[in-house]
Design a protein around this ligand. Structure first.
Ligand SMILES: Nc1ncnc2c1ncn2[C@@H]1O[C@H](COP(=O)(O)OP(=O)(O)OP(=O)(O)O)[C@@H](O)[C@H]1O
Ligand code: SF4
Ligand SMILES: [Mg+2]
Length: 332
């Protein structure tokens, strides 16, 4: 699938985002990140708390501008768009947050909440909107009696289905999902993930799926980007990254999780210590303070991204197997 512009649907090029945190200090939340999403593709973003996942998600849908670099949607640079064009474009990109309770007005019925985006963004008649809401509820596997109820009368899983239905109502091309199941009971998570997988196949919507949970990423995504202290340390097709992770951080993350599939188990390695504050990031490789393979050369600067011969799987580490990762990109 291609976009009208022939460009990737979402394109982050050398994006950096810092925040002023008082005095003369700036906190570098995202460093020199490049990420592309094609139409219909599902890309996972994984990393520990504070690694910059939500900041990237917000930049991807123009809720936050980058400090440096460019964010383009279907070829258009979001920073240089006129406000009216940006408003129109926003209908093509939607976000689902972790907390469905906070995302919905508690004084409106579920039916009204699901009708809202149709009222705002379409010229459908009242009858057409009602039919659309019923169809949406059925697609989200929500019983029709729920349309008369209020958010407080629904479970977290049901509310997250309402949020997903609302986000898809305007038929967006991109859905950013920021930890959409982490506030829900384990028992309802699988149902939501199954729904997302079905919707992705039925609607062709592309997704940027943010999660701490590698197992979820493995189940849902085509590609994965592993973040550490705001830097992309490894990325590639999910099968390749999970079967043969190259970066010591990805290896540690994978071995810390229990997978149902023994084929993706790796030798257990423990992550030592805590992720440093972005205000005290190490000078060279961001992972150097916890890396079991650290040597003084690692302090020389942010390691360049090196790719495998297919140009699909890459990592930033000076100790990658040279026969597997040969191509150095310009993405320093
Ligand atoms: N508005 C802000 N002002 C100052 N610092 C911020 C702001 N937003 C984010 N940060 C900082 O930027 C870094 C990245 O934050 P972000 O929320 O993107 O991480 P995250 O990976 O989504 O974490 P979590 O898994 O906890 O949601 C953190 O150190 C955070 O404290
Ligand atoms: S560059 Fe050095 S510290 Fe960083 S991951 Fe590779 S071996 Fe570890
Ligand atoms: Mg977050």
């Amino acid at each position: 699938m291609t976009t009208a512009s022939g460009q990737p649907l979402l394109q982050l090029d050398h994006v950096t985002r810092s925040f002023d945190v008082g005095g003369k200090r700036a906190l570098m939340a995202v460093r020199n990140l490049s990420l592309h999403i094609q139409p219909g593709e599902v890309v996972g973003l994984v990393g520990e708390s504070g690694s910059g996942k939500s900041t990237i998600g917000r930049m991807a849908i123009a809720l936050l501008p980058p400090t440096e670099g460019q964010v383009r949607f279907d070829g258009s640079d979001l920073a240089s768009m006129a406000p009216a064009d940006l408003r129109r474009l926003r209908q093509r990109m939607q976000i689902i947050f972790q907390d469905p309770w906070g995302a919905l007005n508690p004084r409106h019925t579920i039916g009204r909440l699901m009708e809202e985006p149709l009222l705002l963004h379409t010229s459908l008649t009242a009858q057409q909107r009602r039919e659309e809401v019923v169809a949406m509820a059925q697609r989200m596997q929500l019983g029709l009696p729920l349309l008369e109820r209020y958010p407080a009368q629904l479970s977290g899983g049901q509310l997250q289905r309402v949020c997903i239905g609302r986000a898809l109502a305007t038929k967006p091309d991109l859905l950013v999902l920021d930890e959409p199941t982490s506030s829900l009971d384990v028992s309802v998570r699988a149902g939501i993930l199954q729904l997302l997988d079905t919707l992705r196949r039925e609607t062709g919507v592309a997704m940027l799926f943010i999660s701490h949970d590698l197992e979820t990423i493995h189940a849902l995504c085509d590609r994965v980007v592993v973040l550490y202290l705001g830097c992309e340390v490894e990325s590639g097709p999910v099968e390749s990254v999970f079967k043969s992770p190259a970066h010591p951080y990805t290896q540690a993350l994978l071995s810390a999780q229990l997978f149902a599939d023994p084929a993706v188990k790796t030798e257990r390695q423990h992550l030592r210590g805590e992720i440093p504050s972005p205000l005290a990031a190490p000078p060279g490789c961001p992972f150097s303070t916890r890396c079991p393979m650290y040597e003084t050369r690692c302090d020389a600067g942010l390691p360049a991204m090196r790719l495998d011969s297919a140009g699909m799987h890459g990592a930033r580490c000076i100790r990658l197997a040279p026969d597997r990762f040969q191509i150095t990109t310009g993405a320093n």
